[in-house]
Design a protein around this ligand. Sequence first.
Ligand code: ZN
Length: 171
Amino acid sequence: MAILPVRIYGDPLLRKRAERLENIDAATDSLVENMYATLAKQNGIGLAAPQVGLSRRLFVADTSPVIERGSRAVFINPEIIGTDGDAVYEEGCLSFPGIYFDLHRPRRVGIRYLDLQGNEHNLEANGVLARIILHEFDHLEGRLFIDLLTEEAREKIKKLMRQRNIIPAKP
Ligand code: ZN
């Protein structure tokens, strides 16, 4: 197992639409193990492959830091089937270390995806898992959680990140 370096906001890979994962093989198993280890190390709850440098449609979730008897899951080539409701949740992102803010997203999500054995699943999620799925799915599309903010709020966050030396200061 290895802790993987996480790409930080500003890295162009985070803005690229990820491609389908064609072969689910031993390399995928070890990638997923490393992603879980990386998540655990940072006490995170979700991580998408592009964040660790691989532009493929895969993400992992681990709800154990936030709910009792939480669990891990891997989502490969996921498709969002539907969403409904509205919920506010304080989100963070490993590509934006130390940045958290409240965001509205749908309360429930239906998702179809493959597991590590290549089996297809249909899942209806709510609560924190729905939130993870929606946030991580966006990563596969090259979208980031700051995109859901107003321009003004987004600039505030970028400024904060520059002040904290998370991203380079403006030239
Ligand atoms: Zn994220």
